[in-house]
Design a protein around this ligand. Sequence first.
Ligand code: AMP
Ligand code: ZN
Length: 466
Amino acid sequence: MAVQFYNTLSQQAEEFSPARDNTVRMYTCGPTVYDFAHIGNFRTFTFVDLLRKWLRASGFHLDHVMNITDVDDKIIRNAAAHRKTLEEYTAIYTRAFLEDCDKLRLERPEHLVPATSHINDMVEAIERLGAADHTYKSDGSVYFRISSFAGYGKLSHNDFSGNIAGARVDVDSYDKADARDFALWKAPKEGERFWDTPIGPGRPGWHIECSVMAIKYLGETLDIHAGGVDLIFPHHENEIAQSESLTGKPFARFWLHAEFLLVEGQKMSKSLGNYFTLRDVLDRGYKPETVRYLLASVPYRKSLNFTFDGLKSAETAIERLRNFKLRLESDRFPEGATEAVTRRTAQACRAFTDGMNADLNTAEALGAIFEYIRDANSAMDSGGFGAGDVPGALELLALFDRVFAVIEPTAATGQVSDEEVEARIAERTAAKKARDFARADDVRKQLLDQGIILEDTKAGVRWKRK
Ligand code: AMP
Ligand code: ZN
């Protein structure tokens, strides 16, 4: 089965392959860097990361652009309140965002592009839209006339034909009921940062940056465009109107949208105040990979209710994966492979792949892995798992972790290295041989203080991090 995605545009699951040369040209909407991102935002970015990793595991190359929205109303307001220039202010939160992405093991897109580095490209696009009669000016701002684009509403599946022509909106987000001509270029208000350009002084609206940067780096038609469901309208609808009016071509073949992270049934958001940043969660002692696991564990088109119990279950799940890997690497198994396990491993690999291919059904994919671990563990307990079965099982875990990326523990700062642990274990073994049990016990206790747990087994000493 090839990979299938649910396409918001067609409202159907469709088989996916890139239009040209095995490379997926993909655009995803990035953060607005006015504050720390919350873990709701990171649910969407984690989905994008899973998408990247699964596309790559499926044999495709990636050419992926993500924007950094570094000019908008909230940024201008916050920068002024902190007496910082726009650049100083957004540099702080761009860096914080990238640090958080690294902690969550989110790969960098091939192009990470700030809006303010593309003002000229946007001005040029607005001029071209003007020449094609899609815009009008009012009080120094430039608006896109939605009645000039016949397909307006095709992504959000709304019929806007009865709309009052000419009603305008300056803010970047608004309800479906308010489908309005939207600002491409905003005239400067008193004290606001602006750019002097051939279309007058001002700054770009939010929507135009994505159209312009997507087309600049990826061409007129993208394979995939993705973001959170809150972006379907108006943001992505407006991106389509702008882009297709500019090129006359379909803007994106597949539109993928991630559902929200919820807190007690409500969207996690800055405005409701019900949010946790990644830093908040890590300060409570959780590891970044635990957050990643939780965010990845529910298929992206289902909303996910955030709870600390959920994080605890994620911790337990990761522990099971690590223990299984440790057992594979350190137990001694009877020689040879068993036919039953070989078959079971191949079946688990297929079930995992089928799950991911089915619109990234991570719940199904995880189910396949944990059922396999349960069966493999019982085979091991009953002596039915051979040394020859180990490589296949490790390969399955590697396939899993190429996408989920949670098995490797995050190194705490100042943490002892693997080599140091091995050296201390050798020291302890030598002490035991010399019947210096007090010394051997000291080493074990010191390692425990550093978060290293030793386990003496028939096959030798096993160790893991707490
Ligand atoms: P922003 O920084 O506000 O532009 O949002 C960045 C991304 O986070 C967008 O793709 C939003 O759709 C997404 N997002 C915002 N809130 C949530 C949430 N509670 N759950 C999932 N995604 C969200
Ligand atoms: Zn966008």
